[in-house]
Design a protein around this ligand. Structure first.
Ligand code: AMP
Ligand code: ZN
Ligand code: FE
Ligand code: FE
Length: 293
């Protein structure tokens, strides 16, 4: 049983359509796939249709842009009702923040002598509902200024880089509650990735999040080295948090994140789904089911 609970399609910054993502997952032997585009559920329906046809389990999710103590943090939400008013409102605010940031990034690049039109970025973003820096990176690649998304982040777009612009993100603690109210469960994505490693997410910080309803933490992720994974695993066990592992697949958009490069143990997955069923009942909302073959 191979379970990969964190992947992206071209509805955010992945490079494959939701259908191709599901087909590819099925071909490489993934049994349970989580589709977790940044800040949008646009890919859900298409992915669910294909999952049913190819006989793969699909867990509909979202990777939510949040902030804690001034730092950006990613929160994976599984199986929430996306029409819940507070959740829908936050998603809209985050997507607005993504769109309004684009001209500011392009102004900064222009100051550096690089001319990119918003239209070029929008064209490259194609069907993405959640536009982001990766699409600006694609425009820099298309212009021949850098060779890859990675180089674009390293030289221009990364946090603190010369073309970096902050954008709106939701309050993390509040968002954990909002997803619960929408009948879903939350897992903190790559909590100790180097760019997120700060005191607010130490053992006590994670315990505080568990206290307000966090269900799990993503331990096995490419941004965590072996010793980081071990320390996080221990904290998760101490605090009875679900342990997940996933690829954070982005198609060609990210190297070394192939589908199934990290996976979630079946027992941990079952715990997560049981918590989601409880959350759905407690919320009184109509939530998406896991698509099962
Ligand atoms: P944004 O959502 O616009 O703030 O852009 C951040 C997203 O860009 C992250 O969620 C990653 O998916 C992606 N990203 C960050 N760093 C890199 C990198 N070095 N190479 C490729 N993609 C990256
Ligand atoms: Zn991404
Ligand atoms: Fe992330
Ligand atoms: Fe991700």
């Amino acid at each position: 049983m191979r379970i990969d609970l964190h992947t992206h399609s071209n509805r955010s910054d992945g490079t494959t359509s939701p259908s191709d993502l599901v087909r590819h997952a099925s071909e490489v032997g993934i049994d349970v796939l989580g589709l977790t585009d940044h800040d949008t559920t646009e890919g859900w329906d298409e992915a669910a249709d294909v999952a049913e046809r190819v006989g793969l389990s699909l867990v509909r999710g979202i990777e939510l842009s949040c902030k804690l103590a001034g730092y950006g943090v990613h929160l994976l939400a599984y199986l929430p009702d996306p029409t819940h008013p507070a959740l829908a409102e936050e998603l809209e605010r985050i997507l607005d923040g993504r769109s309004s940031r684009l001209p500011a990034i392009l102004d900064k690049l222009r100051d550096l002598g690089i001319d990119i039109e918003a239209e070029d970025v929008r064209r490259l973003a194609g069907e993405a509902a959640a536009m982001g820096r990766p699409h600006v990176a694609d425009a820099l690649v298309a212009k021949g200024i850098v060779a890859s998304r990675k180089e674009a982040f390293d030289r221009y777009l990364g946090t603190g880089g010369p073309a970096y612009v902050k954008r709106y993100a939701a309050d993390l603690h509040q968002m954990v509650g909002t997803v619960a109210a929408a009948g879903g469960v939350t897992v903190l994505a790559h909590p100790w990735a180097s760019r997120h490693n700060f005191d607010a997410l130490d053992a006590a910080g994670l315990a505080a999040l568990k206290e307000i309803g966090l269900s799990g933490i993503e331990v096995d992720h490419q941004d965590h080295d072996a010793s980081t994974r071990e320390r996080l695993r221990e904290i998760a066990r101490d605090q009875d948090l679900v342990i997940t592992g996933s690829s954070d697949y982005h198609g060609d958009g990210k190297v070394d994140h192939e589908l199934g490069c990290n996976t979630t143990a079946p027992a941990e997955y079952e715990r997560l789904i049981a918590l989601a069923e409880k959350a759905a009942i407690a919320s009184g909302r109509t939530t998406p089911e896991v698509v099962r073959p």
